[in-house]
Design a protein around this ligand. Structure first.
Ligand SMILES: *[C@@H]1O[C@H](CO)[C@@H](O)[C@H](O)[C@H]1NC(C)=O
Ligand SMILES: *[C@@H]1O[C@H](CO)[C@@H](O)[C@H](O)[C@H]1NC(C)=O
Ligand SMILES: *[C@@H]1O[C@H](CO)[C@@H](O)[C@H](O)[C@H]1NC(C)=O
Ligand SMILES: *[C@@H]1O[C@H](CO)[C@@H](O)[C@H](O)[C@H]1NC(C)=O
Length: 436
């Protein structure tokens, strides 16, 4: 009996030992199969996908993209960023009209790894504007914001076709001559999108590049490593939560602000008919009674909610928001460019620093001795609005926007002499933190 049990136990332990061995072999086999599978998928990706300037790049970020150009589609249920998408940046520049956003945009537009688009939301605003006109109703802001957000999401994914329904005239066979400010994007002014080799300059592009093939433009966008969009039509950072929380995007928001007095002064010149009451005010020294003061106060009021949210960011925005004052950009463009590139997590390439040096001489001091470029002029003249602005209008804005002035570090003036003396700056030194 005992002998029998012993034999049985030996059998059992042999059996257990055997199963362990089988299990171990099975485990190794599984790991091996997985390894081979992963390797195959990877090599398949890189063989079939576009490779731009040394960085293998397949798709912006799994999920909803419909243009796959032969790349295997990752499992949409897997929301983890893939290896490629993890390094792809989606940068949104939020600005106000006349706040110097074209200058900031060049920091990215000049970068051949970046697909830069200037104001894609223009077409939506025109579309809803004319629609509201026909229906005789006011624009429904919620609808507009929803459309803006969806379009930003799609364009970040290089889905440029999603612009088409809003364009007038409607593109034929995905070809259009009417993409708003197409010439402001060097990617859209270079081969293969524009046959002319030397049309990167905005005015040359506008003349020499004809129809834009949006299908091809989407392919060019896919090939570039990062996407940067600029808009002045969207200011509420809270509405960006949907994009910030989308794990397939790596969203970075750069909020560009400028002294509201400078913005108003510039708008009064650029949009004379809209600001005709202000120009009359300046001319006659008294505010016309019918003046729509919200035209002026909107300039500073739109900064505040975004700033308040961004500078004390909730978790979803933490590390994704940076506040930039145009005056700092104009004063120390190289230093600011370094900070901005560090914030977005990209290396600042010589092509950008060279562009900045060539166009601004890097600092204000150097710039004062060389005057020959538009950007140099606009940077140098960051406070030149003070020479022409009406003192009463400046005072009105300072009072109506006192909170914005205090928070952004713009000093109020209390006399005409103080306003005109550009030897003393009205821009206080400030460091805005963007990580908590
Ligand atoms: C636009 O570009 C796409 C993609 O390269 C191409 O297939 C199509 O033929 C082009 N359309 C025209 C009208 O040239
Ligand atoms: C702004 O002006 C209002 C009303 O004049 C005042 O109550 C408030 O304290 C001012 N805020 C700042 C930051 O100066
Ligand atoms: C500003 O500085 C320049 C040169 O330093 C000087 O000539 C000019 O008088 C100053 N202007 C005022 C208003 O102080
Ligand atoms: C801002 O930061 C710089 C460099 O870190 C420092 O020298 C300067 O004193 C700071 N300024 C303010 C107003 O905190």
């Amino acid at each position: 009996m005992i002998a029998y049990n012993k034999q049985e136990n030996e059998k059992k332990s042999k059996f257990i030992w055997c199963s362990w061995r089988i299990l171990a072999i099975l485990m190794f086999l599984t790991i091996g199969i997985q390894y081979v599978a992963v390797k195959t998928i990877r090599s398949y990706r890189f063989e079939n996908c576009y490779v731009s300037s040394g960085t293998g790049y397949c798709s912006p970020n799994g999920g909803q993209v419909s243009h796959w150009f032969g790349c295997p589609r990752p499992d949409p249920s897997n929301n983890q960023p893939t290896e490629e998408s993890a390094s792809r940046k989606h940068i949104l520049i939020l600005a106000t009209t006349r706040s110097g956003s074209s200058f900031l945009g060049q920091f990215f537009n000049q970068n051949p790894d970046i697909f830069y688009l200037y104001e894609p939301l223009y077409h939506i605003e025109m579309f809803f504007g004319s629609m509201a006109g026909r229906l005789g109703s006011k624009l429904n802001n919620k609808v507009l914001v929803g459309a803006f957000r969806d379009l930003l999401r799609n364009v970040f994914d290089c889905e440029l076709h999603s612009l088409e329904p809003y364009m007038k005239p409607f593109p034929q066979h995905h070809q259009t001559k009417h993409l708003f400010r197409r010439a402001a994007s060097t990617a859209l002014c270079s081969p293969p999108l524009c046959p002319a080799e030397d049309a990167k300059d905005e005015s040359v592009c506008a003349k020499r590049c004809s129809n834009l093939n949006l299908t091809l433009a989407a392919e060019v966008c896919q090939k570039r490593a990062h996407v940067v969009l600029k808009t002045v039509r969207f200011n509420n950072v809270a509405d960006l939560r949907f994009l910030a929380e989308d794990s397939r995007l790596d969203l970075k928001v750069i909020h560009l602000v400028r002294d509201p007095r400078a913005v108003l002064s510039s708008k009064m010149v650029a949009f004379q008919s809209i600001f005709k009451d202000y120009n009359a005010w300046k001319k006659n020294g008294a505010m016309p009674p019918q003046t729509d003061t919200s035209l002026a106060t909107a300039i500073c009021k739109t900064f505040l909610p975004a700033m308040h949210l961004g500078l004390k960011p909730p978790a979803w925005l933490n590390g994704r928001y940076m506040l930039v004052r145009y005056e700092d950009l104009a004063r120390e463009p190289l230093e600011k460019a370094r900070e901005i590139y560090e914030f977005v997590g990209l290396p600042l390439e010589p092509i950008i620093t060279n562009w900045i040096v060539l166009n601004t001489h890097g600092t204000e001091k150097a710039r004062l001795h060389h005057l020959f470029s538009t950007y140099r002029d606009s940077a140098k003249t960051a406070e030149n609005w003070r020479l022409s602005m009406d003192y009463n209008i400046a005072q009105f804005l300072q009072n109506a926007c006192n909170e914005t002035f205090a928070e952004l570090g713009y000093r109020s003036v209390s006399s005409l002499e103080e306003l005109r003396n550009i030897n003393t700056t009205l821009v206080e030194e400030r460091n805005f933190t963007y990580f908590t």
